[in-house]
Design a protein around this ligand. Structure first.
Ligand code: ADP
Ligand code: MG
Length: 430
């Protein structure tokens, strides 16, 4: 959407609410969700406007980072790093320059990232070219604090705006296969390595371990939401979240037995709608059950990861789950699966190749059985990467995080365990 800048005449170094002419311009701007925003500026004036926008009350939840160097610096940065939810690019004084910078950026930009361009050209042909390239907004320099606030917030509040959040459901093909452990480690990697805000929702209300795994004991969590559906709104849900790291929060399970947890199929709808509207990445730790509500959560997720350990019952269950979910989601990417606890000494196991044949798909990862590593992490309330940052299992969680958040562009030339598979996945989805 192309909008003209300067609806409100304030300059970068004046507070937003006190325009130069002394009048107060009433304008409702809905606050932005917890998105990551990175700006690549060319001029100090633009940098100052973005900086003070980042301090505006409507962007308190957003993480705003500013660098200089314009589109060239952005292209350089994103060659090796994942892109944030929003990129602001200040891109020159000539239309060709602006478009050239954007075309370079397009090659390193993950799908789902929204781009706001700041330029000093006011020209309708340029607007058309920008729109054709999928640019979300164009601001004409010099820009004010409120221009930036309005532009960022507008990306998420317009009636036709796509919801910011992506829901990733992780479920085991059997109990005890490590589905929760994987969900927690992947969510942690999404926050830490991709700098995307994520929330882990522990749906195993009676026995969930997310609190233990993150070493948290919050007084409230998912139960407060599911048992008071009428109170759910963003502010209410915000109060139920407990912060684990800079980018990761937890909606914890009570893990108490004083009541029973029988839910209707739609019990989690409003809480998930609320989370989807305000958090870029929601990881559902779905217990191994087949109930109306678990099926509904899986069918409605953006992406699904089925975790299996390599035995016959897991193979059968994983195949049944994948088949059913594929049939119920004909227009979506098929559910991913991974193998876990592979290589238990003396245990006869079904090979990844046999799984691949039965499920007609390669596993996203094959995670070795490592009781020392996983036991240490579990008993200390730590993530695998905190116990051993360079362990290949920690690297697998980082790669799972990339695939599950859709950050699978070919730009990732770093190499690694999943690289050939990533290439294959991309071919399939294009
Ligand atoms: N790759 C692994 N190697 C060794 N132990 C593991 C591995 N993955 C998970 N575990 C352990 O298995 C147990 C069950 O894991 P959990 O995540 O609770 O399973 P689920 O959620 O599928 O029931 C935990 O004690 C966990 O530490
Ligand atoms: Mg579990």
């Amino acid at each position: 959407m192309i909008r003209h800048a300067h609806q409100v005449a304030v300059t970068a170094d004046e507070p937003a609410a006190t325009p130069a002419d002394g009048t107060f311009v009433e304008e409702h701007i809905a606050p932005a969700p917890r998105v990551s925003v990175q700006a690549f500026c060319e001029t100090v004036e633009t940098a100052a406007a973005v900086q003070s926008a980042g301090d505006d009350r409507r962007l308190v939840k957003a993480h705003v980072k500013i660098q200089m160097g314009g589109s060239a610096a952005a292209v350089e940065a994103y060659r090796s790093a994942p892109t944030p939810n929003v990129i602001i690019i200040e891109a020159g004084h000539r239309a060709e320059e602006i478009l050239h910078g954007l075309d370079q950026l397009a090659q390193v930009c993950d799908s789902g990232t929204r781009v706001i361009v700041v330029g000093s050209v006011n020209d309708v042909t340029l607007y058309r070219e920008l729109t054709r390239r999928g640019v979300s907004d164009y601001l004409i320099a010099p820009i004010s604090t409120l221009d930036v606030v309005r532009s960022i917030c507008g990306l998420f509040s317009a009636p036709d705006a796509k919801p910011v959040g992506r829901i990733i459901a992780v479920v085991g093909a059997k109990g005890g296969v490590g589905a929760s452990t994987i969900a927690h480690n992947v969510a942690w990697a999404i926050g830490r390595d991709l700098s995307l805000d994520s929330v882990v929702t522990d749906l195993d209300l009676a026995f969930g371990t997310a609190g233990l795994d993150y070493n948290q004991d919050p007084p409230q969590g998912i139960a407060d939401a599911v048992f008071s559906p009428d109170r759910i709104d963003t502010a209410f849900v915000d109060r139920l979240l407990s912060k684990c790291t800079d980018h990761l929060s937890l909606l914890a399970a009570p893990a108490t037995l004083d009541r029973v947890y029988d839910f209707g199929a739609e019990a989690f709808d409003s809480i998930l709608d609320s989370l989807r509207g305000s958090i870029p990445c929601v990881v559902l730790d779905v217990p191994h059950q087949w109930a109306g509500w678990t099926k509904r959560l899986l069918v409605s997720a953006d992406d699904i990861l089925v975790v299996a350990s390599p035995d016959l019952a897991n193979l059968r269950n994983a195949k049944n789950m994948v088949d059913l979910l594929r049939a119920s989601r004909p227009n979506d990417h098929r559910p991913y699966y991974c193998l876990n606890q592979v290589g238990v000494p003396k245990r006869p196991e079904i090979t990844p190749a046999d799984f691949a044949k039965a499920l007609e798909d390669q596993p996203l990862a094959v995670i070795p059985f490592d009781p020392q590593l996983f036991g240490t992490a579990a008993n200390n309330g730590q993530m695998i990467a905190e116990v051993s940052a360079n362990h290949k299992t920690a690297e697998m969680f980082r790669q799972l995080a990339q695939v599950l958040t859709g950050r699978t562009e070919a730009k990732r030339a770093r190499g690694g365990l999943l690289t050939p598979l990533l290439a294959k996945l991309m071919k399939r989805s294009s």
